[in-house]
Ligand binder design. Sequence first.
Ligand SMILES: Cc1ncc(COP(=O)(O)O)c(CN[C@@H](CCC[C@H](N)C(=O)O)C(=O)O)c1O
Length: 408
Amino acid sequence: MVKRNENIAKLQAGYLFPEIGRRKKALLEKEPDAKLISLGIGNTTEALSTHIVEGLHKEVTRLGTSEGYTGYDDDAQAQAFLDKLKTRISNNWYNGIISPEEIIVSDGSKPDCGRLFFLFGNNVSVAVQDPAYPVYVDGSVMIGATGNYNSDTEEFDGIEYMRCTEENDFFPDLSKVKRTDLIYICSPNNPTGAVATKKELKELVDFARKNRSIIIFDAAYSEFIREKGLPRSIFEIEGARECAIEVSSLSKPAGFTGVRLGWTIVPKELKFDDGQSVGKDWQRVVGTLFNGSSNIAQWGAIAALSETGLSEIKETVNYYMENAKIIKNGLDGLGIKTFGGVNSPYIWAAFPGKKSWDVFEDILTKAHVVTTPGAGFGKAGEGFVRFSAFGKTSDIKEAVKRLQENLK
Ligand SMILES: Cc1ncc(COP(=O)(O)O)c(CN[C@@H](CCC[C@H](N)C(=O)O)C(=O)O)c1O
């Protein structure tokens, strides 16, 4: 019989988001007529914009012709299309501060995080924000880069948890953080909705350069930043090219959660301690283990990153951010302290002294509204619940009305 991977055996619970699904299902089994409204999983709900649909159609039609058909991205025409997309990302997303050669197009940020675990292997130390998107911890455990689960601390040994609390504006106090090889940072942050300032990111870059660490910067929500002066990319920070990788995606701004298109940025200056290029190894890992993003999704992305596409993306983001305002105002009106929701689609609501899974259950059973319990993102998430603004505005308003009737 085959031995189980002992690293996967270290995980204590299932992946957070399917657990939310299981609890929803359990409620519906008890109350089949319940009209649940989901403010839980950050899953987009708005239809793809016109220009993006045209881009997708164009590629599907092209694939139906012998002269236009492309397969793997080894052939010249497929390469040309990929280069066109990379140039769009470079110019229209990064205003040219990143060159097309430093961009590797993928099927999304979560799978990129997964492949990055492969790149760095298990002989690395890892720092993560607490609370954080569960993939950073679970993936580090799976690859063997952590110790066992410690039932006293209720965390994994060997991980440096960087507490993000109201006291430090939900950004790590680096004077209390030990040196690690990798530092996972997400801004705008999932789940707190906090957005790192230029000053905070500059301190982070200086900290990483001093410690010869590599920052894995998750910019999945960068398009939700609407306040001037807040950095959308780690590469707006001087010195970041020597110490950071950025993952990003069209999932949330363009509704590509199902279409699947993301990218990683590995600057050519980024080196391992032996002077070897990180980007070169990354190209080797991706080239060996991944067969590229869908050509159809690539053409959807080319359209999304055109002038017209970008203005349509802005409209979609504004739609969700109006939802965020409704949720935030609704919760504030109930005297519930909230954070985030201004430059991010997530509202982080404080329920001091309560267990977040209990609050989750309470809101689910009483208001038939689905949320995400803060404890699912880490120990510092306990006592908080995350509300997601991804939804139809009519549902958001109905959900808030139910909360006002049931949480007062
Ligand atoms: C910080 C961050 N980085 C990457 C992603 C996923 O991006 P991708 O779509 O792979 O380009 C997400 C998506 N997180 C959502 C969807 C979760 C549920 C989805 N099944 C998943 O597991 O990603 C959420 O927190 O509700 C994210 O928050």
